[in-house]
Design a protein around this ligand. Structure first.
Ligand code: ZN
Length: 406
């Protein structure tokens, strides 16, 4: 008996590449809307598991939370800094022999550099990890506070400049003799491999604050967004640099796993039994664990598909099919059914875990904010959105940063 596999997906579309083993099919990118189905389902189902005190607010807004579950993917077409928030390449850290920084502040302190351009035109290094490591304990604390105040909120922005006057005053207080600067800015090496676990920590804090402020619009916006990122964290291929099988000649596997499989099998027989949300004591550890659990599955995702590619003749791997009224070339139904069966419900389990984690995140933020009475808020706020603009950029645009399969 085949359990049903549920939709779990990020980003867009199933793309079958010309590098998909022989014979080379034509590249085809499917309509984007379908790829958003999994995220929408996760947010919607998460609402259904909330306690009554939260349901009074979330139920009237369930359509908003559903409809906006894919906004973060659309933003990837609008701003450069969005893409790294959706993934982390854990294997890159393993290759470099680096430890993962559990907390966002430590990731920033260990992977950012601050430089100043002097009036004379020289570029001076003012901060990096090596310098901090040799500084006094007091200076290390001072840098930490500086990063909290000045760097953290600027990270997701295209503008990496810092206030030259306040930084000059700050480093002089540390005993550094520095010239007058025209520009001070930071550089970072985090985005290259993704920042998903730290993004989740930040979002959780922002959501808790929004509940404290009883800002119903902000609560909804952040709930929709964090639901998306938590969904991504449950997808194994969002935790590896081989995110689309490009390193193992399995190009197209990202869409195969998170789009084609759910498309074919999600509605046949599935079980959304998720249970009640749990209180998340330490969001940093919790979100990291989600990512580690996903990462453990990367080998299976790849090796099961590889075994099938080797066993099934090439002309039975890619077939013409109709999706949303359009003819496309995509993984054949039998090939997909075999992949689905051999994974033994993996996609469904990750989907159900994602729903539970999303509900738990919302629930924990509400509890941490002191369980505010949500009926005292504007329960059905009129939400002005940048949706139209995002949609337009999405439809016209090229994705910024990483390709869409990630
Ligand atoms: Zn995403």
């Amino acid at each position: 008996m085949n359990k049903i596999l549920l939709p779990l997906l990020c980003a867009a579309a199933l793309v079958v590449s010309a590098s998909f083993r022989t014979p080379a099919p034509q590249v085809h990118s499917c309509a984007p809307e379908w790829g958003f189905f999994g995220h929408k389902r996760i947010n919607r189902m998460a609402v259904m598991t909330l306690p009554p005190q939260m349901m009074v607010f979330f139920k009237p807004n369930i359509d908003y939370l559903t409809d906006h579950a894919a906004d973060p993917d659309m933003r990837r077409y609008a701003v450069n800094w969005e893409a790294p928030r959706h993934y982390i390449d854990l294997d890159e850290y393993q290759v470099a022999g680096k430890d993962y920084d559990l907390l966002w502040i430590d990731a920033l302190l260990n992977n950012c550099q601050i430089k100043g351009v002097s009036v004379a035109g020289d570029t001076l290094l003012l901060y990096n990890k090596a310098r901090r490591d040799t500084a006094s304990a007091a200076a290390q604390d001072a840098w930490k506070s500086y990063f909290f105040k000045e760097v953290m909120w600027r990270f997701s922005s295209d503008d990496k400049t810092l206030n030259a006057d306040s930084l000059s005053a700050f480093v002089r207080r540390q005993g550094m003799d520095v010239p007058a600067f025209t520009t001070v800015f930071f550089t970072e090496t985090l985005s290259a491999h993704g920042i998903l676990p730290w993004n989740l920590q930040q979002m959780q804090k922002r959501l808790t604050n929004a509940f404290r402020e009883k800002d119903s619009k902000l609560i909804l916006k952040i709930c929709a967004d964090i639901g998306h990122y938590i969904g991504d964290a449950h997808v194994p291929l969002h935790t590896t640099s081989n995110y689309n099988g490009q390193k193992t000649n399995q190009y197209g596997i990202h869409g195969f796993w998170e789009s084609r499989i759910p498309e074919l099998f999600a509605d046949a027989s599935y079980d959304y039994f998720v249970g009640k949300p749990e209180y998340i004591e330490r969001p940093s550890t919790y979100f990291w664990n989600v990512i580690f659990e996903s990462h453990k599955l990367v080998d299976s995702v790849l090796s099961i598909e590889w075994a099938l590619r080797s066993a099934i003749s090439a002309d039975q791997q890619i077939c013409p099919d109709v999706r949303q009224g359009k003819q496309v070339l995509t993984q054949c139904r039998e090939f997909a059914a075999a992949y689905q069966a051999n994974m033994r419900g993996m996609v469904e389990r990750r989907m159900v875990a994602a729903i539970h984690a999303v509900a738990s995140s919302w629930y924990s933020a509400w509890l941490d904010a002191g369980s505010p009475d949500l009926t005292e808020m504007d329960v059905k706020p009129a939400l002005a959105t940048d949706e139209e603009e995002l949609k337009q950029k999405f439809e016209n645009g090229k994705i910024l940063g990483r390709p869409e399969e990630h």
